[in-house]
Design a protein around this ligand. Structure first.
Ligand SMILES: [Zn+2]
Length: 255
């Protein structure tokens, strides 16, 4: 069974000790990865990982936490990075939970990255936390867009709004968390062609690995749970999610 983890951060320091072993295990287990940049530096490192591994792809972007670094110079640099083989723009979006950058600054950096994605004809990797109304307002203004709402953890109504915007839902470890019953209900109803599987490694490990470092191969546990919820064979779900990821990102992973 092959899978694509459409959201991981293998460049993060949590993988400094054994990054090569983790990558070798992914190749052996046929798990492809979209490595997602959160600032200019990690975007450049993501591109570097992608150049060295035919099953790793890079998204380049500036996370809402770092929106205050999104200066005109940074935008030029990001645009240059994106032209070096990135397959998506992101992660970008809004995070009003931690509010590490002022909200108006976040909104401007978000809009600018959505426009950049349209100019370069790339999909977007979106982050939203505690900012749903503002997030939706920006997306509606900037549509049409192609992309994925990463770490989706909303209910059926929110899932429906994302589908209506033409976007995909990135489903990860939170699907397995006991409190997320509304999310489990929501994912039963999404059209299968809008489903992507992800980990957000090293964060958000699925049950029973909570508290440990998450790794892209744990995307299997997400696939297993989602298949059970939807009442379909795991292999069929995995293959559908694989095809969705390859189509959205225009990639063909090789192991
Ligand atoms: Zn992330």
């Amino acid at each position: 069974m092959r899978l694509v983890d459409t959201h991981a951060h293998l460049d993060f320091p949590q993988f400094d000790r054994d990054r090569d072993q983790v990558l070798a295990a992914l190749r052996a287990e046929r798990v492809a990865v979209l490595n997602v940049g959160v600032d200019l530096r990690s975007s450049a490192t993501s591109l570097d990982l992608a150049r060295r591994h035919p099953f790793v792809f890079a998204a380049c972007g500036i996370h809402p936490h770092d929106a205050r670094t999104f200066t005109p110079d940074a935008e030029r640099e990001l645009s240059a990075l994106l032209r070096q083989g990135a397959v998506a723009v992101g992660e970008c979006g809004l995070d009003f939970y931690r509010d590490l950058s002022p909200r108006d600054v976040q909104i401007r950096a978000f809009q600018a990255q959505l426009r950049l994605a349209k100019r370069l004809d790339l999909p977007v990797v979106l982050h939203e936390r505690a900012a749903w109304d503002a997030f939706l307002a920006v997306l509606r203004e900037e549509r049409p867009l192609r992309g994925v709402v990463h770490a989706f953890s909303g209910d059926t109504a929110r899932a429906q709004e994302i589908v209506e915007l033409g976007l995909h839902l990135g489903i990860g470890g939170p699907l397995t968390y006991p409190k997320n019953e509304a999310l489990r209900q929501a994912v039963k109803a999404i059209p299968i062609e809008r489903v992507l599987l992800e980990t957000d490694a090293p964060y958000l490990p699925p049950v029973p690995f909570r508290g440990k470092r998450n790794e892209p191969q744990m995307v299997r546990l997400v696939a297993e749970r989602l298949a059970a919820l939807r009442g379909m064979p795991e292999a069929e779900l995995a293959e559908a999610a694989w095809a969705n990821a390859c189509r959205l990102l225009s990639v063909e992973p090789r192991f």
